[in-house]
Design a protein around this ligand. Structure first.
Ligand SMILES: NC(=O)c1ccc[n+]([C@@H]2O[C@H](COP(=O)([O-])OP(=O)(O)OC[C@H]3O[C@@H](n4cnc5c(N)ncnc54)[C@H](OP(=O)(O)O)[C@@H]3O)[C@@H](O)[C@H]2O)c1
Length: 255
């Protein structure tokens, strides 16, 4: 559904959300394979550490909830690079809200980060990609966006919105020469999941997640999801009638 990529050597990749977890692992994988990588997030120190002193790596601090800071980083990047081959938006957060602990302020903060933050990134990169008529854009959503789950009262809807958004982006951008990737990880062992107090089936390392993500992009897939044994069961569950879906989710999660 997208163009295949047979090497990363010399390609220019902007990772938004690269100071830890999947983004940091991706940065290191891409740098090893010869790509030029811009690492962005709010905190500069881990971004600089991720650059490892390589001339091909650039640390660009930004806050995705601050539109002006994203535009500033985009402008700085465009001054340094001849083009952007791939933008991956990973920046995101999680809270384990349920209906009996609903907190509007926390809900709005997560929407600002997970959803409006992505729109701020789109506003910065779409003009560049459209002008190039080439390149790729990947949005990291989550399997939590496939269907309602306990403890994902706000996280789930933000990720469901990103799944929908990536579909619309594909329809609009693919005919204009721009590849679009919808990326739905299962459970990955990162700071984002560190506080989870429940069993996380098929938990994978950030390195393994970054490897799977990159393989999906290289193969030209639109829908990149991993680990398959977990993500495919969730996709299958989503096809069930609601009565069965709710029964299954309650049985599996115990919640
Ligand atoms: N881990 C999982 O199990 C899992 C599963 C499905 C989907 N995902 C998704 O994968 C993505 C990456 O998550 P992760 O697991 O790798 O978690 P992580 O290690 O916590 O990484 C999140 C990244 O986003 C950055 N970030 C947070 N707020 C930001 C802001 N306002 N502006 C700019 N950057 C910001 C963080 O850096 P700073 O704090 O320095 O800004 C960090 O680099 C997220 O979108 C997450 O929802 C994760």
């Amino acid at each position: 559904m997208n163009r295949k990529i047979d090497h990363w050597d010399g390609r220019h990749v902007w990772l938004i959300g690269a100071s830890s977890g999947i983004g940091a692992a991706l940065a290191s994988l891409l740098l090893e394979q010869g790509a030029h990588v811009a690492l962005s997030a709010r905190t500069l120190a881990p971004l600089e550490a991720g650059c490892g002193g390589r001339a091909r790596a650039l640390a660009l601090a930004l806050d995705v909830t601050d539109h002006a800071s994203v535009l500033r980083a985009r402008d700085e990047l465009c001054e340094c690079w001849p083009r952007i081959d791939l933008v991956l938006v990973l920046a995101g957060g999680y809270n384990d809200m349920r209906a009996d602990s609903f907190d509007l302020a926390a809900a709005n903060r997560l929407i600002d980060l997970n959803l409006r933050g992505v729109f701020n990134c789109l506003d910065a990169v779409l003009p560049v990609l459209l002008k190039q008529g080439a390149g790729g854009l990947g949005i990291v959503a989550s399997v939590a966006g496939y269907g309602g789950l306990p403890k994902a009262l706000v996280y789930g809807p933000t990720k469901a919105a990103l799944i929908n958004l990536s579909e619309s982006l594909y329809l609009d951008l693919q005919p204009r020469g721009i590849d679009v990737y919808q990326i739905n990880p299962g459970f990955v062992d990162t700071p984002l999941t560190a506080a989870n107090d429940f069993n996380m089936p098929a938990l994978m390392t950030a390195d393994a997640a970054a490897w799977e993500l990159l393989r999906g992009v290289e193969r030209g897939q639109f829908h990149i999801h991993f680990p398959k044994r977990f993500t495919n069961s969730l996709r299958l569950a989503r096809l069930l009638p609601y009565r069965l879906y709710f029964w299954l989710v309650r049985k599996v999660t115990g919640l």
